[in-house]
Ligand binder design. Structure first.
Ligand code: ATP
Length: 246
């Protein structure tokens, strides 16, 4: 049976009179790769911040890894990983120092940090760069390292906010291999992206327009539903009516 790890019911965030995220309801399952799509200003980051326990909703319900978004935000933060567009790595620390630093923040033991750093450097092929300052790494490597650090503590869910901006398709594809590996290990992936090729890699996706979820299904079913040959077409069909983000 599918295990639900994210559940929202009419989750809403208002800023004054403005409804940034409007009654979104969705369920995401363990080990699933869920794409959270929407045009600029649709309300994705606002929704994601609520799901991460960083912002209290105005109304509606949500549980993340079984914890309530109103009352148990500290528990939520312990059970998730988060990677934003401006990743949180320290540019003036080396690769290894960053891994150790975040391992410490996550409360991992020294032995655990040592084992995990070696595994991580191997997986990324960064063994020779362990002592390189993160600031001098190419963007694609920073993104991969940032993702690996965000799941260092084996969280139930990792939230990725446009994790692959600004890199070429081959580097993006390599990043997605890391995502697949993490999902195979049972980590649920909740990812926002503007790249439609990445949308195709997701098990299911939702598409937000002006604060509301307008479609939610697998890429194949959405293409059928909208009689479209690509996710680009599906997205355009829905997003062209958007009032925000112009
Ligand atoms: N703190 C805030 N106060 C007022 N309005 C806000 C605040 N945060 C976000 N908004 C507004 O809410 C709307 C949704 O913003 P949000 O950043 O969630 O969109 P998004 O879908 O993540 O867009 P993008 O893809 O550009 O990051 C936007 O119109 C934005 O201006």
């Amino acid at each position: 049976m599918k295990e639900t790890v994210i559940k929202t019911d009419k989750l809403t965030k208002r800023f004054g009179d403005f409804v940034a995220t409007n009654e979104i309801s969705l369920e995401v399952y363990k080990g699933e790769i869920f794409g959270f799509l929407g045009a600029n200003g649709a309300g994705k980051t606002t929704a994601m911040r609520m799901l991460c326990g960083l912002s209290i909703p105005s109304s509606g319900q949500a549980t993340i890894a079984g914890f309530d978004v109103y009352k148990q935000t500290e528990h939520i933060k312990k059970h998730i990983g988060y990677m934003s567009q401006k990743f949180s790595l320290y540019e003036d620390l080396t690769v290894l120092e960053n891994i150790r630093f975040f391992g410490g923040i996550y409360g991992l033991s020294n032995a655990d940090i040592k084992t995990k750093s070696e595994a991580l450097l191997n997986e990324l092929g960064l063994q020779d760069e362990a002592k390189t300052l993160v600031g001098s790494l190419p963007l694609g490597w920073k993104q991969k390292l940032s993702f690996s650090v965000a799941i260092l503590h084996d969280p139930k869910i990792v939230f990725l906010d446009e994790p692959t901006g600004g890199v070429d398709p081959v580097t993006r594809r390599q990043f997605w291999d890391l995502i697949y590996n993490a999902a195979d290990r049972g980590i649920t992936i909740f990812v926002t992206t503007h790249y439609m090729d990445e949308a195709e890699y997701c098990n299911r996706i939702s598409i937000m327009v002006d604060g509301r979820i307008q479609a939610l299904d697998s890429p194949a079913n959405l293409k059928k539903q909208f009689n479209a040959s690509s996710m680009d077409e599906v997205f355009f069909e829905l997003a062209r009516g958007a009032k925000r983000g112009e």
